[in-house]
Design a protein around this ligand. Structure first.
Ligand SMILES: O=C1O[C@H](COP(=O)(O)O)[C@@H](O)[C@H](O)[C@H]1O
Length: 253
């Protein structure tokens, strides 16, 4: 696992623009090397704002969008057309505006999908989709994503792995159903820590004073995953904490 690097921007708007520029550059670089790239999106305030910044950037046309695989770190388990869905928000912010190959877009199941409101079956279905996309050399039964982005909650959750819930300790399954989430909606689907830590690059993106304590915990030595799931956010080759000044305000120095 790689040691986290911290990059601080002046405010939330600049953070979203800077992460958008970084994402475009990273996708272009990976495509130059391998022809295709895989990214994992996050929901939440900054996660969606940065996608809107990608859409607004003239540099977005440097990406070969037809060769980008798009996945999600977590999803609110609500019907397909519900405005709470991270996938719907991402489509509106960016995905509908770029020429993606629909076969390479992998939203997590909705509660009106083939498994109905059975979130455990939905998690198993999505795990099968990840397994099918994995290569023999991948360390878990999921692709080794090029860039996996994570928002963080004020309670230090990442994806839908919340403090005090068992999901953050899951070490076998790649996808879990989440029940009784403290943040609504209560039922969710989430990638697990082994998949997150198998990604090549993990970017934690956070803005605002409300995230400062979570960020401090995520970077402190000895934090337990159950106390602060964000402390598990580490990539194999790169871990970036991309913050605004307020979110970085409790970091030493
Ligand atoms: O519910 C969620 O929350 C987190 C963080 O969201 P924010 O609005 O506090 O930035 C997000 O990372 C996650 O994907 C989402 O489902």
């Amino acid at each position: 696992m790689s040691a986290p690097k911290i990059i601080v921007h002046a405010d939330a708007d600049l953070l979203a623009r800077a992460v958008a520029a970084r994402l475009i550059t990273r996708i272009v670089d990976v495509q130059a090397e391998r022809g295709e790239a895989s990214i994992v999106l996050t929901g939440g305030t900054v996660g969606i704002a940065l996608l809107a910044e990608v859409a607004a950037s003239p540099a977005r046309d440097a990406v070969d969008w037809a060769k980008v695989d798009v996945w999600w770190g977590d999803e609110r388990f609500v019907p397909e057309g519900d405005a709470d869905r991270n996938a719907l928000q991402a489509r509106e912010a960016l995905l509908d505006a770029v020429p993606l190959d629909p076969a390479r877009v992998h939203p997590m199941p909705a509660s009106d999908g083939p498994d109905g409101d059975d979130v455990e079956a939905a998690a198993v279905r999505h795990a099968a989709e990840l397994r099918a996309a994995a290569k023999p050399e991948d360390p878990v039964e999921a692709p080794s994503f090029d860039v996996l982005m994570l928002g963080v909650g004020p309670d230090a959750h990442i994806a839908s792995l919340f403090p005090g819930l068992p999901g953050v300790l899951e070490d076998k399954r790649t996808v879990i159903g989440v029940h009784d989430s403290p943040k609504p909606p209560p039922t969710r689907v989430s990638l697990t820590v082994p998949v997150i830590q198998a990604a090549r690059e993990v970017w934690v993106v956070a803005a605002g004073e409300g995230k400062a304590e979570a960020i401090r915990l995520g970077l402190a030595t000895g934090t337990s995953p159950s106390e602060a799931p964000v402390s598990t956010a580490r990539g194999r080759t790169e871990t970036l904490y991309l913050l605004d000044r307020a979110a970085a305000s409790r970091l030493p120095g």
